[in-house]
Design a binder for this molecule. Structure first.
Ligand SMILES: [Zn+2]
Length: 258
């Protein structure tokens, strides 16, 4: 009885939803997620913005995921990874942090375009394909609860949820907590950033139990100097995690024209 009712409901609701979307597209044509120009389909960016995005592809450093100008062989690590080995295993990012990426991340942060997380997650799934293993759990970089409250939105959690829908991997936003309300990282130098976040995170008291030996993929919107993801990695390691990768939408790459 109940099942029949829900079937009827679905069969009416689906076409109505489709019709609603068609009508809405007439009144409000879908806009480019980056520059707000009209585009043919929702959930996308215009051809000009797409061309301006710089995907990070091979050859790249197998540890930090930084792009190389020329291939130096599959095992060749970047000078940065050799001079200062990170606590995580591998980091990958979808695109270089340039003007278009900045516009996308800005909108993602303030949650005014929820479909944006889906777009970014599709690119992240491609760039992070080596990291996406069956036993991985997605852990977004947390905001301090006061900042989360005032903003009501954590962009890294939204990216993790969208990625979860694409990959089927679970999300555990409670595995690590930000207990110190750090200053905004914007405008701080590398050393100041490091000091600012070094002790800002702590693992969940039952992190080890919740992990059950699974690999962690830390999810972030932008990697700048890497001090935040290193601090999150160290907190997770102190909680018992031992295999940790990082996947972000964008990444600051010095020496590129963006
Ligand atoms: Zn555009």
């Amino acid at each position: 009885m109940e099942m029949g009712a829900s079937l009827v409901k679905t069969s009416i609701v689906q076409p109505l939803r489709w019709l609603g979307r068609v009508l809405l597209d007439q009144i409000y044509p879908p806009l480019c997620l980056s520059c707000d120009r009209p585009v043919a389909t929702a959930d996308a960016i215009c051809a000009d913005c797409f061309k301006a995005l710089r995907p990070i592809t091979a050859p790249l450093c197998p540890v930090l995921g930084l792009p190389f100008a020329v291939s130096l062989g599959p095992e060749a690590r970047s000078a940065e990874a050799i001079a200062d080995p990170p606590p995580f295993d591998r980091a990958r990012s979808a695109v270089v942090y340039n003007d278009v990426a900045r516009a996308l991340v800005g909108k993602l942060k303030y949650g005014d375009r929820p479909e944006l997380a889906r777009f970014c997650a599709r690119l992240m799934a491609q760039s992070g394909h080596e990291l996406i293993a069956e036993d991985a759990v997605l852990v977004p970089v947390p905001l301090h609860r006061r900042r989360q409250f005032s903003r009501r939105y954590n962009q890294s959690t939204e990216l993790a949820r969208a990625l979860s829908r694409l990959t089927g991997l679970p999300v555990d936003p409670q595995l690590v907590r930000r207990h110190k309300n750090t200053r905004q990282q914007v405008g701080l130098s590398g050393d100041a950033r490091k000091r600012n976040v070094a002790s800002a995170f702590e693992p969940h008291a039952e992190a080890l139990l919740r992990l059950k030996g699974r690999r962690v993929i830390i999810i972030d919107d932008v990697i700048t100097t890497g001090s935040t993801i290193k601090a999150v990695t160290r907190a997770l390691k102190s909680g018992g995690a031992d295999r940790i990768d990082v996947l972000s939408f964008a990444r600051v790459v010095t020496g590129t024209d963006a």
